[in-house]
Design a binder for this molecule. Sequence first.
Ligand SMILES: O=P(O)(O)O[C@@H]1[C@@H](OP(=O)(O)O)[C@H](OP(=O)(O)O)[C@H](O)[C@H](OP(=O)(O)O)[C@H]1OP(=O)(O)O
Ligand SMILES: Nc1ncnc2c1ncn2[C@@H]1O[C@H](COP(=O)(O)OP(=O)(O)O)[C@@H](O)[C@H]1O
Length: 301
Amino acid sequence: MLKVPAHQVAGHRADRGKLGPRVDDSGRFYKPLQGDERGAREVAFYTSFSSDTKVPNHISRFFPKFYGTQLVEASDGSGMKPHVVLQDLTFSRVNPSVMDIKIGSRTWGPEESADQIQKCLKKDRESSSLSLGFRLSGMQIFGTKESGFWKPEKKWIQSISTDEVRLLLKKFVSSDTSALKPDCAFASIVYGGSKGILSQLLELKAWFEDQTSYHFFACSILMMFEKELALEGKSPCPEIKLVDFAHVFEGRGVIDHNFLGGLCSLIKFISEILTTPEDSTTNVLVEDAHRSHVYPENGSA
Ligand SMILES: O=P(O)(O)O[C@@H]1[C@@H](OP(=O)(O)O)[C@H](OP(=O)(O)O)[C@H](O)[C@H](OP(=O)(O)O)[C@H]1OP(=O)(O)O
Ligand SMILES: Nc1ncnc2c1ncn2[C@@H]1O[C@H](COP(=O)(O)OP(=O)(O)O)[C@@H](O)[C@H]1O
């Protein structure tokens, strides 16, 4: 029996009769193929990437495993539809904090329609994409068993300023989701360390400095970890994964400057949080109380 992913933070959702991804009980994530060229492009990417012998294992681990395509009953009741079958990235996690960061100042590819370009350009301008080279697309932060997750509204998170982006990157690794000033209590064990998120981002960056096979537009980095493990004195299992390849195009021997630029910018933000967590340029998130809602553990978004 397929169900709506409990920890999905962005993109199309399969609730309320809409078309969206679902998961099974064995760790697989079923993403409906968009009927136009986007679906075809995503399948083409996974097919090519999963058999690309030039991609080293320490890089392919940042991508969901690909199990082909399958006809599955669509979540909107429209009948059997092709889905791309992927590894469910949050399958083994209990109460993960998750952030979806869309990378690149430009989120449309070279062969897109004028309408698609206009739509993307508007979102890029109205978000931090143009100014920072990335935007937060969605997130959830686990608080406690009693309070559940803090999950800001999607439209708000995509319209925030540079200072608010910095503040949310801090809040993501802080102990109290309701505190107005983040304490960055988990920054060193989530962002820092030889297996932390910064180190993984730097590994990814080194690959992007060389690879010229793929250009990733509108692709996201998912950052995940588990606060409860940290509170038990264990590793919070910080991890990055890339998702959403509906706008991947052939690189044709050219560096993916758009993705690389956004990745470098994100790296700078994370590095600064590690070196100066007390930086006073980020104060309180004034809109916070109005624009977010908390839903209980295992509740729906
Ligand atoms: O449908 P919307 O307005 O939610 O837009 C989708 C975006 O959601 P957003 O509201 O920006 O978080 C969505 O963004 P996220 O993945 O949520 O960051 C995609 O950009 C999606 O386009 P595509 O499937 O990648 O071509 C977008 O889908 P399309 O509208 O292009 O089908
Ligand atoms: N393989 C996966 N496993 C678990 N969650 C995923 C996976 N792929 C995507 N997600 C979740 O779904 C969200 C939207 O995914 P995405 O591929 O960007 O969809 P869309 O094309 O609808 O924007 C991500 O933010 C993430 O929370």
